[in-house]
Design a protein around this ligand. Structure first.
Ligand code: SF4
Length: 379
């Protein structure tokens, strides 16, 4: 800090001003402050606007009009109060020689481009960081990890907890076949596979949590966007936002997300590393067996398709139409999945689930008087 004013989040300087009465003192920020001179303007937007300490935790969400709102866990909105303080603060700072801002990451008030915002697929600025960015264009806005020596060593469990929070937020409201429950089942499958296939668990766990975060955008685009490719970019962006500084880890997780799709549209998006193959297999396992049948009927029901039909009817019908039954999904896709698994452990689990589906549809055909369906040669 060579002269001028640096605006710093007060919790980074050791003040116990967080919502839970704790601080987030950063030795790197203190060293940065001590070595560079200049004046520090310590701010805590949430305390300084009168919210008190401790206070209920808050988060950001985007409303249907596209406005980002700050709400506490009781549902009480604090947007106007905080924005009023931000406006007064930047006005006070305007007359000063402001050299930069060092602000606490991921905070709904202070986060610099790395705060989760429910309803947005990308991380964003906290409300104070956004006000500072608008009022001081070109002035550095840094998170605490961006000052020299400030990159935190992120433990695996902290990283995965942060990733889990992000994935859960991004999948809120997803259709049931690809919702948070699906993500948890895929992670459970991956853990089973990893018992037999030793690999980099952190990469696999993070990738399973993030593998479908591109789905909501694919649905919103009417299928034009490829959720695997889009999800890979989002996954990499979010990993950096939650504090991952190891670019190799970011890229390996991103690649697992890019490669997980059964019918990938991207040339070269074929899983190659063990981690990529495990994430692919874990996802495929959730599409077959009892859960696969359940998902197929659920999806067909959502389309208004028939409960059951003949193979000839199913195969002659169009996708997303009346004949797009669970049986059609089985004939077109699910019965081929077991032959496309990429790990030995995955193949074993898939064989068992495949036999269950064969038995199920044979029984269904028998109950419906369609035995010839089951004995007919496969196409
Ligand atoms: Fe205060 Fe910002 Fe720290 Fe939150 S992140 S406690 S608002 S200084």
């Amino acid at each position: 800090m060579s002269g001028g004013v640096w605006v710093v989040s007060r919790c980074l300087l050791g003040e116990p001003c967080r919502y839970d009465g704790a601080s987030r003192e950063s030795a790197a920020v203190r060293a940065f402050q001590a070595s560079a001179g200049g004046t520090v303007c310590a701010v805590c937007p949430e305390c300084d606007c009168g919210l008190g300490c401790p206070r209920p935790p808050m988060s950001l969400s985007r409303d249907t009009g596209g406005v980002v709102r700050l709400t506490d866990e009781r549902g009480v909105e604090q947007t106007e109060r905080l924005l009023a303080w931000c406006g007064a603060c930047v006005e006070r700072l305007r007359g000063q020689d402001v050299r930069g801002f060092v602000l606490k990451s991921r905070s709904p008030s202070c986060g610099v481009g790395n705060t989760p915002v429910a309803g947005c697929e990308h991380p964003g600025d906290g409300l104070f960081a956004a006000a500072a960015r608008a009022a001081f264009p070109g002035v550095p806005l840094l998170s605490e990890w961006e000052v020299p020596g400030g990159a935190e060593a992120l433990s695996e469990s902290t990283l995965l907890k942060r990733v889990e929070r992000v994935a859960r937020m991004l999948l809120a409201g997803s259709e049931a076949c690809h919702d948070w429950d699906h993500t948890l089942r895929v992670r459970a499958n991956a853990r089973r596979l990893m018992e037999r296939e030793p690999c980099d668990r952190q990469v696999v766990e993070a990738a399973t949590l993030l593998h479908d975060i591109g789905r909501p955008a694919e649905v919103a685009s009417g299928g034009r966007l490829d959720h695997a490719a889009h999800g890979a970019s989002l996954a990499e962006e979010w990993l950096r936002a939650v504090g991952v500084r190891d670019e190799s880890l970011v890229r390996r997780v991103g690649r697992c997300v890019r490669c997980h799709r059964f019918r990938s549209r991207e040339p070269g998006a074929r899983p190659t590393t063990l981690e990529e193959r495990i994430v692919y297999d874990a996802d495929k396992l959730d599409s077959i067996g009892a859960i696969g049948i359940g998902r197929a009927f659920h999806f067909a029901g959502g389309l208004g398709a028939r409960v059951h039909n003949r193979a000839s009817e199913a195969l002659a019908g169009a996708s997303y139409g009346r004949e797009d039954s669970a049986y059609r999904e089985y004939l077109v896709k699910l019965r081929h999945v077991h032959g496309r698994m990429l790990t030995a452990a995955g193949r074993e689990l898939a064989e068992r689930r495949h036999r269950f589906m064969e038995a199920f549809f044979a029984e269904l055909n028998a109950e419906c008087g369609l035995e010839e369906e089951t004995t007919a040669p496969k196409k």
